[in-house]
Design a protein around this ligand. Structure first.
Ligand code: GLN
Length: 310
């Protein structure tokens, strides 16, 4: 892919402007593999719909994509079930923490949206559909490899294993969903798939490439594959905008003005509709569990490019 001076200058400026902030925030420490990541890491990669790229920082360094995976499983589940999916999960911002339990009880086992953990577990269950956990993990990994155009993408087994060992809240959510008949497969199978999807390792370049279909109405602009319908891509972007940063989604929309999805590994995937897919990575998190410097970098990028949808 060719590069462009204009975007190269912008990402270089963003990186420079973040220099004095590097290391801010708190790296996720609920599992050792995340806790030992250097908080000073920073990377930004842009892939445009017309095939250009721009990047700065450690764009080749892989990190745990964590909740960014929820965007891709949502795409697969919408392709599989269509609008029926919305009978099992809502599409309203939660205003609660990503792994909150209390709302799920009040709302009788229908999670607020597919991007909080409870909703993502339902989405994973929809993909699993009573089938084989390993086959579903392979389906998700294969999807990521195709989207990123890179067969070398793998799952970090250490992360998947530690997620399982410490996943008591996710296990509680899954059991509660099952008690409310909003989980069809065995709890252990759903959790196995969920922990493995969170443990996929990718770098900023790969994630920016993988998200391009969302910037281009569901159609991969580079290899011309139809990934999802324009209608569904619109829905996914809307849910990213309203729910992609949990109880900080409003703040992210105000500051950045782009659909975005964060993960506790410190990555954020953001979509500039019709223009580009962007991935930033900086492991230090803010109080809501979103990358602190990553959000600042996207705010800066949005103001330099004028890509905010507002
Ligand atoms: N693996 C994490 C969890 O399920 C993912 C959360 C996140 O990235 N926000 O708790």
């Amino acid at each position: 892919m060719e590069s462009t001076d204009y975007l190269d200058d912008i990402v270089a400026t963003v990186r420079q402007d973040m220099e004095s902030h590097l290391g801010r925030g708190k790296v996720a420490d609920y599992i050792p593999a995340l806790a030992r990541v250097d908080p000073k890491n920073f990377a930004i990669a842009i892939a445009t719909c017309d095939g250009r790229t721009a990047q700065a920082g450690g764009v080749h360094l892989p990190f745990s994509i964590q909740s960014i995976s929820k965007i891709f499983t949502l795409t697969l589940a919408l392709n599989k079930l269509g609008a029926n999916l919305w009978e099992r999960v809502g599409r309203e911002p939660s205003g609660s923490r990503f792994n909150s339990i209390v709302q799920l009880e009040a709302e009788k086992g229908i999670p607020r949206n597919p991007l909080i953990n409870a909703g993502a577990v339902v989405i994973t269950d929809a993909l699993l559909d009573g089938g084989d956990a390993d086959a579903t993990i392979a389906e998700i990994l294969g999807f990521m490899r195709r989207l990123a155009d890179d067969p070398a993408i793998v799952i970090d087994d250490e992360v998947a294993e530690s997620e399982a060992q410490t996943g008591f809240r996710n296990s509680a959510l899954a059991n509660f969903l099952r008690a409310n008949e909003n989980l069809k497969s065995k709890v252990e199978d759903v959790l196995k798939v969920y922990f493995n999807q969170c443990a996929i390792r990718m770098n900023c370049r790969q994630l920016a490439r993988a998200g391009l279909y969302l910037a281009n109405a569901g159609h991969d602009p580079l290899n011309h594959a139809s990934v999802t319908t324009p209608f569904r891509a619109k829905r996914i972007n809307a849910v990213m905008m309203t729910c992609g940063h949990y109880d900080a989604s409003g703040d992210f929309a105000c500051r950045v003005g782009l659909p975005g999805k964060s993960g506790v590994g410190g990555g954020i995937l953001a979509i500039a509709p019709r223009k580009a897919s962007i991935c930033v990575w900086s492991p230090g998190l803010n109080a809501q569990g979103n990358s602190m410097v990553g959000s600042m970098a996207l705010e800066r990028l949005s103001s330099l490019t004028g890509w905010s949808v507002f």
